[in-house]
Design a protein. Structure first.
Length: 409
């Protein structure tokens, strides 16, 4: 993919910036910064966004960030005063404001076939505008909230792991988020200890996860809304729907479960998670993604190379090894089986038939326990359904049709 603006060309595949056809020397991080701004030129890119995507969540000084931004401006003939391309938006971040044209080289079109063509799509899909705000949980923890789209409010409960800005550009999550934002008012938030929410927190328990969801919807003044729960977010959504039946119009659960692995009674599964926890302690924060790749292979075994890269980086960008382990331990103790019969909202349960992370039987148990819930089996190996697999169409049609029933009533 090439980006053409003024007399400049930035070639993402060749990692080359040219002016009037002549290559310009830029440092790798400066190139990555420019590329990220170009791919996200429809919105303001925050400092946290840059740190997550250019520096992979690593801590860098303000001077380092400023130096890279200034170097990017110099490469384009900009300065702090002359901002023809990279504009500073006060207290919010940066935005690329030049007129840009995208070009796919002829030898990189779909001539080589469908599967390879998918891998050549832009790594950062163009996302709809998103507003990021913050609300305060009952114990004072600050929660980051992302809102996009308009219409029927659909609240997505937090799941492991979240970063509302990083997810927004990820080829794993952005197709789903954009689809929902085009049709509904989508509201997401980062779990405490992750993403843009406060990272240093004392309480990471299931009860506080439910109270955080309550805080988000109360802060936004939502009286009635649809609720989307993915993975452990399904159990949080079930608990909320059971406690507040008057506020949940519809419930969608994807890849969810009602009981955690420590309560499941399966010694093999407990041993598996113990092994994963050990790997997290040793390799989560390393530059080498080999340890995080284990999680990626479990969650999305059918991913492209680019999707794997994004999911690997999501782990490190979203939280620390310590918080990741604490969260996993909290999820292991989940048990909402007694709450399932108390859910009165119309419920759609979707689960990948060959999900290696959360067994299909666990999703079926959710559907059996909730009165009149409908179960949809997705023909997929992935915990998160990917936009290029056959199950994607079934998933999107089912979810949009189900949520759309609220707009008809």
């Amino acid at each position: 993919m090439r980006f053409l603006f003024s007399d400049y060309t930035l070639d993402a595949d060749r990692r080359e910036l040219c002016r009037d056809g002549k290559p310009l020397h830029v440092e790798p991080q400066v190139f990555d910064l420019l590329l990220h701004l170009l791919r996200n030129r429809n919105r303001v890119v925050s400092k946290d966004d840059l740190l997550a995507n250019v520096w992979s969540g690593r801590i860098v000084s303000e001077s380092t960030l400023s130096n890279r931004v200034n170097a990017a401006r110099r490469a384009l003939g900009d300065s702090g005063v002359r901002q023809h391309f990279i504009k500073t938006v006060a207290r919010r971040g940066l935005r690329f404001v030049g007129e840009v044209r995208e070009e796919v080289p002829k030898n990189e079109t779909a001539a080589s076939g469908g599967a390879r063509a998918i891998e050549r799509e832009p790594a950062f899909p163009v996302a709809l505008p998103q507003e990021v705000t913050f609300c305060r949980a009952v114990d004072g923890v600050n929660l980051a909230v992302g809102t996009s789209g308009s219409g029927l409010p659909v609240v997505k409960a937090a799941n492991w792991l979240n970063h509302i800005e990083f997810d927004w550009q990820s080829p794993v999550w952005s197709p789903m988020l954009n689809l929902l934002s085009e049709k509904f008012r989508l509201i997401r938030y980062d779990e405490r200890g992750t993403g843009l929410s406060d990272r240093t927190v004392k309480d990471l328990s299931f009860e506080v996860f439910v109270r955080d969801l309550e805080a988000v919807v109360d802060n936004l003044g939502l009286e009635r809304f649809a609720l989307l729960g993915i993975s452990q977010g399904a159990a949080v959504s079930v608990a909320y729907a059971a406690r507040h039946p008057e506020r949940v119009s519809r419930l969608v659960l994807l890849g969810g479960y009602a009981i955690g692995w420590r309560k499941d009674g399966d010694p093999g599964r407990e041993a598996q998670f113990e092994a994963l926890t050990t790997m997290m302690r040793k390799g989560w924060d390393r530059d080498n993604p080999a340890f995080r790749q284990v999680f990626t292979s479990l969650f999305i075994p059918g991913a492209t190379e680019e999707e794997e890269k994004w999911f690997n980086e999501l782990a490190r960008a979203s939280t620390s090894a310590e918080n990741a382990i604490r969260l996993l331990e909290a999820f292991s103790l989940i048990d909402v089986t007694d709450l399932l019969p108390r859910v009165t909202a119309p419920t759609l349960v979707l689960h990948s038939r060959n999900d290696a992370t959360i067994p299909f039987e666990w999703g079926r148990s959710l559907a059996r326990g909730i009165p009149n819930a409908r179960l949809v089996a997705l023909e997929s190996n992935n915990h998160v359904v990917l936009s290029h697999e056959p199950a994607w169409r079934r998933f999107t049609e089912e979810v949009c049709a189900f949520l759309g029933e609220d707009e008809k009533s």
